[in-house]
Design a protein. Sequence first.
Length: 97
Amino acid sequence: MIIIIGSARARAESFEDLLALSLEHVRRSRLEPGCLTHAVHIDAEDPLKLVFVERWSDRGAVAAHFAVPESGEFVRAARELALEPPKITLYEAVPVN
């Protein structure tokens, strides 16, 4: 399983636009093959920061997700609305029961 943690900090005047764009991206991504979960949250300590938490079945599903034209469009638009470049980190994980 691949876990992705990402974040984007909006400018105050662009927060609502970034949030709407992010929710659209999350809803679309959830429909992709291999997407186990995909969510966006508002950081409790920084109300201008959005945090993305995603779980994908494998690296192939992640590669396919990044190849979707809408994913690239989301990243480009998010960069324009963000105060600083968005951050993303991928982890390979094994569930512990």
